[in-house]
Ligand binder design. Sequence first.
Ligand SMILES: N[C@@H](CCC(=O)N[C@@H](CS)C(=O)NCC(=O)O)C(=O)O
Length: 214
Amino acid sequence: MTILYSFRRCPYAMRARLSLVLSNKPVQLREIILKHKPEAMLQASPKGTVPVLIEKNGHVIDESLDIMKWALEGSVLLLSTTPEMHLLIKENDESFKKWLDKYKYADRYPEHSEVYYREQGEIFLEQLERRLTNSNMLFSDKYSFADLAILPFIRQFAFVDIRWFNQSRYQHVHHWLMTFIDSALFLSIMQKYPTWLESNQEISFPNNNINVTN
Ligand SMILES: N[C@@H](CCC(=O)N[C@@H](CS)C(=O)NCC(=O)O)C(=O)O
């Protein structure tokens, strides 16, 4: 059985789980704690980040976007991915994520204020807002590979100060995020699982009791 090392609140692991649910590819989910990474995971992927997927044949995939591609292989969602989507995801992963971390942990980066870090992140939000003025999702009215890859990070950004976000001028981003958070798809990836303790307790994911329509 394919194994997925995951951490519930990690946005990279979330995008991997989203694509696994949509492709309905079953894996054994191993929920970890970042401070105590299992030896078996580190042996498979010494860089020590989640998500990590290990195929039945032992092949290891330890980059979230590669796990998405693996899960969605052959699907319309992957086939309709464009270079523009990849550029937007790259901006999310490289530039926006950096500001998100500083905004979230502003006390650890005292050289600037929390508001300063938020404003740097807003440059990306503005770009998304412009896109979402034209369509319900980033590239059309349906979820694209880019929506799935980016939404978990916008969720983190929003919840640093949800009161600010709720009254911010990014109303289309707000609606896009809230629709996602309220969806069965999101619910299905945010179930709580006990930590995997290198015992033989195995958890199947996705949990088919939840009906995902999108
Ligand atoms: N480029 C990696 C990044 C994954 C990543 O940084 N995950 C974080 C958790 S959200 C992590 O595992 N950090 C290691 C740690 O905190 O020890 C990917 O896309 O999979």
